[in-house]
Unconditional design. Sequence first.
Length: 986
Amino acid sequence: MVALSKIALLAAAAHAAVIQRDAPAGPKIRQTGNGQNVVTWDQYSFYVNGGRVMIYSGEVHPFRNPVQDLHLDILQKIKALGFNAVSIYVHWGIVEYERGKFNWDGVFDLQPFFDAAKAAGLWVIARPGPYINAESAGGGLPGWGARVEGQWRNSNPNYTAAWQAYIDSVGKIIAKNQITKGGPVILAQPENEYSGFMEPDGSLNPNEDTEYERLLLEAFDNAGIEVPTVCNDAWIGGHFTSVDVYGYDNYPAGFNCQDPLSWPDPPDYFYASHKDVAPNTPNAILEFQGGSFDSWGGYGFEQCYKLIGPEMVRVYNKNTYASATHLLNIYMIYGGTNWGHLSNPGGYSSYDYAAAIAEDRTLREKYYELKLQANFLAVSPAYLTSAPVDVQRFPTAGSNITITELLDQVGGTQRFYIVRQTKPAETTDSAFSVDIETSIGKKTVPQLGSAQYVLPAHDSKIIVTDYPAGDVHVLYSTLEIMTWKVIDGRTVILLYANTGESGEIAIRTGTAYKVDVRRGKASTVTSKRTSMVLTLQVVVGHETVVALGEDILLYVVDRVNAYNFWVPDVNLKQELPVIIKGGYLLRTAAFSGNTLSLTGDTNRTTVFEIIAPKKAQAYTWNGARLDTSLTRHGTQEGRYRTRTPRVDIPDLARLKWKYIDSLPEVSGSYDDSKWVTADHTYTHNKIKPTTPVILYASDYGFHSGNILWRGHFTAAGGETTFNLTIQGGNAFAYSVWDGDEYLGSFRGAPAPSAHNGSYMLAGPWKPGSSHVITILQDHMGLEQNWFGGEENFKSFRGLSDYSFGGATPMLKHWKVTGNLGGEKFADWARGGYNEGGLYAVRKGFHLPGLDDSKWDSKSPLKGINGPGIEFYRTTFTLNVPNGVDYPMSIDFGSRTNKSLRVEIYVNGWQFGKYTDDIGPQTSFPVPQGILNYKGENTLALSLWSLEEGGAALATIDLVVRSEVEGGVGSVRNSPGPSYTARAGSY
Ligand code: GAL
């Protein structure tokens, strides 16, 4: 999450737009390191293997998807957008949960991700931190950092000693996956948003710690990283410019999911500021808004999607092209899940992010909009050397249009005009015309028909001039280009607009082509020919196909139909000159002999159209022969009937559920002697408590889930109340007992992260009597640490103060527990964050394979009678056939506004934390691989009632969220041990 103070800093970074022209310069290679020359750059763009590239990338966090076999699914979906890269963060705190001991095994191994990226044909931008932010626990910093004195994210030697082993460890993994070693990694980013800085006393410091930056770059070098380094400044503030290529982030639509049309005005373009800060490197946006986070008590991602949907992609992404952005990484393209307590307190289990690819891996409309844009840029190489040269306004009555003109600085002729509403939040359509420069002089478009175009609200368009599509010279096009291909010598151009709009394409040619409408209504096409130019105007319907002799085939389609087209190889080398229409997703296309083999996903009966060279004689879809017939314009069409068989989904509410009490700690006989004794008298935390011993969980190695405290006292006599100041992070709750008497709870609310409570004891204490105060609290995740030098991630979870009213007892000792073993956690396969401190979880009862036959039967819909914790288990089997992708979720239906907190464990993996009265999340996607799709599953739930009257779930369902045929192929279950009795557990 972005700190408030960051927003203030952003506002202060306003800048004036100045138009500049570039002087050409030769490509640069990495400034330090081993002098590799595979990834280079000049002031316009990167080059990979000597060729200029637009790096169009999407952010994915491998740590938010613990099923290695699903990475390829997500990465193929990103590749199918026309993107060529993926960017990743690595979360230090997960892999070095215990200081000095790295967990790169099983689901934490990065190698399967790198291999999948390579298999999908994507490059990787590796961003290992040490700090990442990412709405993640500690922003990536490890929990044990709470016991490291002093400031973090600067050159404090204690901090340096803390991160060096990690950067060495992750750096070597990245290094061996570099493109120079045959791997996919092309760029590496130390730190993240190293942009705001703090003094030890908390005051802001305008200067970054350049020694820290130097140490990080040196550590990258020492680990063998030789690809260019990049940074991600929080705005174009000129921080961390010692990297090879300066970059910055931008979230122009804001995060106001409450008010989905609150779009702020974007700057005309960032180009001038980019030129001020980094004139010799490409304009690189390392994070560009691809969705939004949401917090406890928030609005849910479907609501956020209204703010950050396809319209946002049209308006704001195109505005970044107007700034000649040549590295663009969409944050997030796939968000994933904060499974196993991976969130910071600002977020809940879902990190869907309202991204183009939803948490359950289904595709949103935004995905298809991005595909149109990324495909266009991939076949428009002049964009890579273009820069903005002019901004036109079109201020006529009722219309308010901004048009940015880009000119190719190297070729000197091609132009791109990016047309948008001046105010993105505008709700009325605006009429406009554009003055364009072409190789045959200035023109005002439209040229044919009506005098003006209409730009709908929340829309933006790109008009091109002197645009080469193979050998075809497009003089201009006001229809947007999705792609073009030269297929057997004929140029196929795919053009689109909104239904009912008219647009023009003018081709500079001496040939007197006959305009032959092969599909669609001939009456929607008007043409005008001069000796040099053929201009066509088309009123856009579903699909119009126009042949111009044997040389040119134009598809003019409406936007929704344009979504149906896939270009399996956007490479301009025309190695695979194929365009496919149809299907939910096209994953791969390849020739084997004369057979064109296609793989992908369908969700309904699909008529494929295959636009391919004549060499293709036969076609297969997912291995099955596709019968096709010839169309009037020389392409092939074939119908495919999708099969999505019904599967038996168990009714979770009717299963046999077993349960136990999971709060034995409040029974009189409970023995906590195996718990950690909280006896420290010094904390490295800047906030020094008033308590006689330190009661901060991280000081004792507990960083996630529930924390339990037990204070043992001998009464002075007459104690009547227990008062405390306790902190757990936003939306946290806690309950307090005196012996086995329940004293009360703080139910929590979205914002408060701390609470002062006062509770009546169970009758005045008798002199000399022994008492145990038990406190069960939530740990909502470690805070982030946005400012360099800040120590916010050390924010304590526990008590900073307590007292008694009436009299003051004598403290015997305090005991604390969180997850079993703390930093020496019990479950290496699922990682340190997966478990919290509840009794049943400490015992491993959330794991599959436990014999719970002696437990009593009760359904979580019956629930718990009073305050406390119960732990429920059930099993069920699934048998989902191969060849389909049926993502599922566990849904709790409507909330009852009871103070009930539930943790969901699926086959031992914590895949959801539900707060009935705070919300908003009620549906918890659980991926295949965590759910066993071919056999038995164990579902366990902890129910924590903070109500005297108890609480129960209203409904519980296993829901199939989408049914497609196809999918990524076999998905193995993530390796995780079954239950065995845990030695030393308590
Ligand atoms: C950025 C940050 C990311 C993430 C994002 C909001 O400022 O670099 O890590 O926190 O904000 O989702």
